[in-house]
Design a protein around this ligand. Structure first.
Ligand code: SAM
Length: 467
C-alpha cells in the first residue's frame, strides 16, 4: 500500500499503521457481501499489513497472497551481493468467504512438449487412427527433413511448432497410463477392452464430460483440451497461480499517456484482479487512484467504477486519462479487451465536510456547501447553479429555499436566517411555485400561514439529515 508516500519507515511506522486501520475498516464496510479486496504491498510491510487485515476481515477471509514480479535482476539493484528483490505482493481478502465466488482465470504458458504424438489419419474412422511422432508430422508440414529441422528453423522453431500444434490441437496427443485403481467402473472396462483389442482405438463416450480415447490400455489426451481463449487468442493455457511473473510491462511509463513515476500500476495487473473478482457492470473502487489506472481499466472492461484521489493529479492525470479512454484510447489493455471507446464518467470535487466527527452540523461551513448538501438531500441530483441566492432551484414542482449565513444580506448574527413575513416577502420568485420547502434557523410564521402558502419549513440543524 503506497498510498502514503512521505513516511519514514522507522520513525513513523506506527502512524502508518494507525492511518491504514480505519481506512480498511471503512473499505470493508463498502465492499459487497460477495466482493474481494486486493491490496498491493512491498515486502517491508507485508507482515504488518497481513496482521491488520486479518484482524479487520477475519483470518478465514484471507484468500491469497500473490507474489507479483515487478522487476528484473538487472541494473543498479543487481550490483550488490546477496539476493535481488524483484517481487511485490498482493493480498486478497473476501468480505465473506462463504459468499465469495472467484472466477476461473487462465494464463498463457509455453507449449507442453509432452504432447508429442500426431494422429496421421485423423479424417478416417477413429478405430483405425495411427500415430506419428509430432516432430515427424511437423517436418513433413515444413517440407524439411526431420534431422535438419531445428537447425533450419533456428530461433523461430519453437514459435512455428507452437503454431502447428495449436492449429492441429485436435490431432496432437499425449499417451498416458491411467490410474487404474482410482477410476470408475466404466473407465476400468474401457481400459480392459482396449488392452484385449490392442490394434484399435477405443472410444468411451461420456454424458456432459469429455470423451475418452484408449489404445492398448493407454489413454490418449488431446492438446485441444489445453487450449484457452485468452484475450481473444487461442493459446496454451494453465490455471492462474499465485506467482504473477507475466505482467512486466516495458511500456509502463507511457501507459495512459500520463507520467507518474514509481507508483503507477500496469494496466495488465489491474485487469487481472478485475477479471478474477467481477463481472461486467459490477462496481470497482480504488480509494487511492493515483494516475487513474484502476478507473481506466474498469472502464475498458465495462465495469462501473469509483476512484478517489486526494492530490491534484485527480485533475492533471486521472480526468484527462479517463477522457482519452472514453474516446477509445488504444494503449495498455485496450486491445486485449477489445476496447473501442464509449461510456462516460462524472468528475466530482469534495466540498467541506457538512458534519463533524460527532455527526453535528459543522458551524464553519459556508452557504454554498450547505446549499449543495440540502439540494442533493432533497432531489438526489447535484446542484447546478452557483448557490448565491436563497432560492436553490425547483425540482418536481417544488421550490427549495435556504436561509443561512445571512444570504439575504443581513450580516447580523442569525440575520435573515429566521423566516418572518418580511423575509418571506423578500424571497425571490416566492409566488411562482406550487410547493415550497424552506430551510432556516427558525420560523415565526404560524402553521396556518405556512399551510396557506403551501410551505414546508425545515429547521437547521435538526432537519438537515446525512445523505
Ligand atoms: C501509490 S498511488 C496509487 C497509484 C495508482 N494505483 C496508479 O496506478 O497510478 C497512491 C495515491 O493515493 C493518494 N492518496 C493518499 N491518501 C489519500 C486519501 N486519503 N484519499 C485519497 N487519495 C489518497 C496519493 O495522492 C497517491 O496518488
Amino acid at each position: 500500500m503506497q498510498a502514503f508516500e512521505n513516511y519514514d519507515d522507522n520513525l513513523e511506522h506506527s502512524i502508518w499503521l494507525s492511518l491504514l486501520y480505519p481506512r480498511f475498516e471503512l473499505l470493508r464496510e463498502l465492499l459487497s457481501e460477495d466482493g474481494t479486496m486486493f491490496v498491493h504491498i512491498d515486502d517491508n510491510e507485508l507482515g504488518y499489513l497481513t496482521v491488520i487485515l486479518d484482524e479487520i476481515f477475519g483470518r478465514k477471509n484471507r484468500t491469497h497472497t500473490v507474489a507479483f514480479k515487478q522487476g528484473s535482476a538487472t541494473g543498479h539493484k543487481a550490483i550488490n551481493p546477496g539476493m535481488v528483490n524483484t517481487c511485490n505482493f498482493i493480498l486478497s481478502y473476501a468480505k465473506n468467504k462463504n459468499k465469495w465466488q472467484p472466477k476461473k482465470v487462465f494464463t498463457e504458458r509455453l507449449r507442453d512438449d509432452r504432447y508429442n504424438q500426431f494422429i496421421e489419419n485423423f479424417e478416417e474412422d477413429y478405430k483405425s487412427w495411427r500415430l506419428l511422432p509430432l516432430s515427424q508430422a511437423f517436418a513433413d508440414h515444413c517440407g524439411i527433413p526431420k534431422r535438419e529441422l531445428k537447425k533450419a528453423l533456428g530461433d523461430v522453431f519453437e514459435r512455428k511448432i507452437t503454431t502447428f500444434v495449436t492449429d492441429n490441437a485436435h490431432r496432437v496427443i499425449q499417451s498416458v497410463r491411467p490410474d487404474y485403481n482410482n477410476v470408475g467402473e466404466e473407465i476400468k472396462q474401457a481400459i480392459d477392452f482396449s488392452k484385449k483389442n490392442p490394434d484399435e482405438v477405443h472410444l468411451l463416450e461420456r454424458n456432459r464430460l469429455t470423451d475418452m480415447y484408449f489404445k492398448g490400455g493407454q489413454r490418449w489426451i488431446f492438446y485441444r483440451e489445453k487450449l484457452k481463449n485468452i484475450d481473444g487468442k487461442l493459446v496454451t493455457g494453465e490455471p492462474l497461480t499465485t506467482f504473477w511473473a507475466d505482467l512486466l510491462s516495458n511500456n509502463l511509463h507511457k501507459e495512459g499517456d500520463v507520467v507518474f513515476p514509481k507508483s503507477k500500476k500496469p494496466e495488465s495487473l489491474i485487469k487481472r484482479v478485475i477479471e478474477l473478482s467481477s463481472d461486467e457492470g459490477d462496481i470497482v473502487l480504488d480509494s487511492f487512484l493515483g494516475s487513474g489506472t484502476t478507473a481506466a481499466v474498469a472502464q475498458k472492461m465495462r465495469r462501473r467504477f469509483i476512484g478517489i484521489e486526494l492530490g491534484n493529479h485527480a485533475v492533471t492525470h486521472c480526468q484527462p486519462r479517463l477522457k482519452r479512454v472514453v474516446d477509445g484510447e488504444q494503449g495498455g489493455v485496450s486491445k486485449a479487451v477489445n476496447w473501442e471507446g464509449g461510456g462516460g464518467f462524472h468528475f466530482c470535487t469534495l466540498g467541506d465536510a457538512v458534519f463533524d466527527e460527532y455527526g453535528c452540523l459543522n458551524s464553519e461551513i459556508k452557504f454554498p456547501t450547505l446549499a449543495s448538501h440540502i439540494w442533493y438531500l432533497e432531489t438526489k441530483t447535484p446542484l447546478g447553479s452557483k448557490a448565491d441566492t436563497p432560492l436553490l432551484g425547483a425540482h418536481n414542482d417544488t421550490a427549495y429555499y435556504l436561509l443561512y449565513n445571512g444570504i439575504l444580506g443581513d450580516r447580523r448574527p442569525a440575520g435573515g436566517n429566521v423566516l418572518t413575513s418580511k423575509v418571506l416577502n423578500n424571497l425571490p420568485d416566492i409566488d411562482k411555485h406550487e410547493r415550497i420547502v424552506i430551510y432556516g434557523e427558525s420560523s415565526r410564521l404560524g402553521e396556518a400561514r405556512l399551510k396557506q402558502a403551501n410551505i414546508t419549513f425545515k429547521q437547521i440543524p435538526y432537519d438537515v439529515g446525512t445523505l
